[in-house]
Design a protein around this ligand. Structure first.
Ligand code: NAD
Length: 698
């Protein structure tokens, strides 16, 4: 099969790229385009050229299978420069998603026509790199530096309408795309090529202030990332340098990205997201159940948000609570959330009304009898879960999936309250459930493959990343959070202030430090858990000082006082003299001479605790892959994606080093720092978590 075929339409050569599924820029496509251009340049019977694509899209980007391999000539930059240099007009015909290298090809063409549904974009930044084949130099020339910065730094998809307004697309057609492209090419024969690279930018508007302003506007969102700043520098170069020099600068900045750990981390995340929905034993042929109507039990913090996910994709939901006022309050919160979307312009009032029509509140279990999926989100107590699941078992129709949103409780036990444990599993949403992308899908002992497969697909449908976890205390995410929190609290009792510990973790890239997070979650929750556990079952040194705060009615943000103080109506933590005094007293009681650790030491201790627990979870089979754990931490806990997740970060540090350090902690506190057996095994075999995943995949 010819990957880039040619067909003459009168005196216009129509090139068709055909490299399914997305016409990625594999070596054969680059070579095909280059060879065709060489031949067409020399062919006097050709007056103009159209580049179009077969299948569902124009070239949608690089070929990810070539990532990390040595480049096979010709490189894309050579090809796009060759296209742009053609003396005959070249028109690109765009449909589907013209992304990355695909857009760089289109920008090197002299004119562009598109269908209205087409989208364009330069998403390289999401993989920790910058466009490396002229995208950062050509897009600002044609769309202006402001639009180019927006597109390149966000990596977002730009609609054809916007691209038309930016001048990137010359014409939109409702008719046949290729015919429109041929007509545009014919009309440009006398005008000849219009080269993007030769366009001038009036730099006077785009001086230092302009770029400084842009940097400021994205600072919060891109904190800690490397590639966005490289993108900005590249666009800056497009304003001040001629094309050839700008392209050289782009190459330098691109190479710097490639050698930064962020690129490797973000590419790992990219592949991890694709892996996470692959479930051993589940194939395309595995039967799925149809989910058309969803029931939610509990209209509290979680129930309303969970319900919104289903309503947002058009599914009717029935919400049940014990009392009318709880139900009313829950539905009011849902409406309030949608109304905020009206204020921000993302929804209209009519849409909110339509959406709300999908919600039905009830106090009667009978109203759940026609639901295909029922998710329980009531108080976190086994006796209450038992009551709910017993009732559910009596009313739910045959084949309905019964799920619990429990954070910690044993889903096997919950399933045992029904006569259909194969239909029961955990669907653990994260707060706020309508916002957070993560869904832990907890596979219980008897959950059927069919139910699991249905929920994995459902996660995608409601736009979540679903990661499968086994039944253990806290599943993947919350189980790992526990040692992380313990070590953070130990850092405090041993001599650092809560603010220092928070600042260290914030500096590492976490969205907030563990002390602020504890205040937000409510210190009373851990307090109650510890009381039920008994003192012999937790590290008292880490927690006694926090218990004293709860006993002084400092339960956290919700009461305006916890580890920190909060001004009325403010969520900003302020150091608290009271809490610091409690700390000093507790240190004295324990005979601790406070020694403050450096930020690096604080981070190291917390991260190693996280990694060790992750390795235990993996070794025990409660996660399928190390990369699934990374997905959980990035999407559920805000772990910085540019570090690839805790397990990828462990590979980056080197598992041998990780184990040595854990062993040093073990010598001090053997009970809490027992190295994960899997970690010891991998180190003995000289392997990484990535290699472990690869070995298990084959
Ligand atoms: P919540 O207290 O805000 O809401 C619970 C709701 O359940 C209340 O409206 C209550 O009236 C209702 N309810 C209690 N018993 C009931 C019964 N027998 N029948 C019907 N309704 C009943 O609690 P929440 O924070 O939404 O947590 C719910 C579940 O979700 C818990 O299992 C919790 O562990 C889990 N969870 C919570 C979070 C979180 O951040 N809040 C995150 C993940 C998971």
């Amino acid at each position: 099969m010819t990957v880039v075929s040619k067909e003459m339409r009168g005196n216009i050569a129509l090139l068709t790229v055909n490299n399914p599924p997305v016409n990625a820029l594999s070596h054969s496509v680059r070579e095909g385009l280059a060879n065709q251009m060489t031949a067409l340049a020399a062919d006097d019977s050709v007056a103009a050229i159209v580049i179009a694509c077969a299948g569902r899209t124009f070239i949608a980007g690089a070929d990810i299978r070539e990532f990390g391999k040595p480049l096979q000539e010709p490189g894309l930059l050579e090809v796009v420069n060759q296209i742009e240099a053609m003396e005959k007009p070249v028109v690109a015909a765009l449909h589907g998603t013209t992304l990355g290298g695909g857009l760089e090809v289109a920008l090197s063409c002299h004119y562009r026509v598109a269908v209205p549904t087409a989208k364009i974009g330069l998403p390289e930044v999401k993989l920790g790199i910058i466009p490396g084949a002229g995208g950062t130099q050509r897009l600002p020339r044609i769309a202006g530096p402001a639009n180019a910065l927006d597109a390149i730094v966000s990596g977002r998809h730009v609609s054809s309408k916007e691209a038309l307004a930016w001048g990137v697309i010359d014409e939109l057609t409702e008719g046949d795309l290729v015919e429109a492209a041929l007509a545009l090419a014919a009309s440009k024969i006398s005008a000849g090529p219009r080269r993007t690279g030769e366009m001038e930018i009036d730099g006077s508007e785009f001086g230092e202030d302009f770029f400084a302003g842009f940097r400021k506007s994205i600072a919060r969102k891109t904190r800690g990332f490397f590639a966005p700043e490289q993108c900005i520098k590249a666009v800056e170069a497009s304003v001040s340098l001629p094309l050839a020099e700008g392209l050289k600068r782009e190459r330098e900045l691109f190479i710097e990205c490639m050698s930064n750990p962020e690129a490797k981390a973000l590419q790992h995340v990219f592949f991890a997201e694709r892996q996470v929905s692959r479930i051993p034993g589940v194939t395309k042929e595995t039967p799925r159940r149809e989910i058309k109507k969803v029931g939610i039990i509990g209209a509290g913090t979680m129930g309303g948000g969970i319900a919104m996910n289903f309503a947002n994709v058009g599914m009717p939901v029935v919400i049940l609570d014990m009392q009318q006022n709880a139900l009313d309050r829950g539905l009011k919160v849902v409406r309030g959330n949608y109304e905020r979307s009206v204020k921000s312009g993302r929804m209209t009032t009519e849409q909110v009304d339509q959406r709300m029509e999908l919600f039905n509140g009830t106090l009667s279990y009978d109203d759940l009898s026609d639901c295909d999926l029922i998710i329980e989100a009531v108080f976190e107590r086994m006796d209450i879960k038992k009551d709910v699941f017993t009732k559910l078992d009596a009313v739910a129709k045959e084949g309905a999936i019964l799920a619990s949103n429990t954070s910690y409780l044993d889903v096997d036990e919950i399933a045992s309250f029904t006569k259909r444990p194969e239909d029961v599993l955990g669907l653990h949403f994260f707060s706020p459930a309508n916002v957070m992308r993560l869904l832990e899908i907890v596979r219980a002992k008897e959950t059927s493959t069919e139910v699991l497969a249905t929920c994995v697909d459902l996660a995608k449908k409601i736009r979540k990343v679903g990661a499968v976890a086994g039944v253990c205390h806290g599943f993947i995410g919350n189980r790992m959070l526990s040692p992380y929190g313990r070590e953070a609290a130990i850092n405090v009792i041993e001599g650092n202030s809560p603010s220092e510990v928070d600042a260290a973790m914030f500096g590492f890239g976490m969205p907030m430090g563990p002390m602020t997070m504890s205040d937000m979650a409510g210190l009373d929750i851990g307090y109650m858990t510890r009381k039920s556990l008994g003192r012999e079952n937790y590290e008292t040194r880490a927690n006694d000082w926090m218990d004293r705060l709860v006993e002084a009615d400092r339960k956290g943000l919700k009461v305006g006082a916890g580890i920190y103080d909060y001004d009325e109506g403010s969520r900003a933590p302020k150091p608290s003299d009271f809490a610091l005094n409690v700390l000093e007293e507790e240190r004295a009681k324990l005979g601790i001479t406070p020694t403050a650790k450096s930020a690096d030491q604080i981070v190291e201790r917390s991260m190693l605790a996280l990694i060790n627990e992750g390795a235990k979870i993996l070794g025990e089979g409660h996660a399928y892959r190390a990369s699934d754990i990374d997905i959980v931490y990035i999407n559920g806990y805000g772990f910085p994606a540019y570090r690839g997740g805790p397990m990828h970060y462990a590979d980056h540090l080197g598992l041998k080093t990780v184990l040595e350090k854990i062993k040093a902690f073990e010598a001090e506190a053997p009970r809490w720092w027992k190295p994960a057996p899997l970690l010891e095994k991998l180190v003995a075999e000289g392997k990484s978590f990535a290699e472990y995943d690869r070995a298990n995949a084959s």
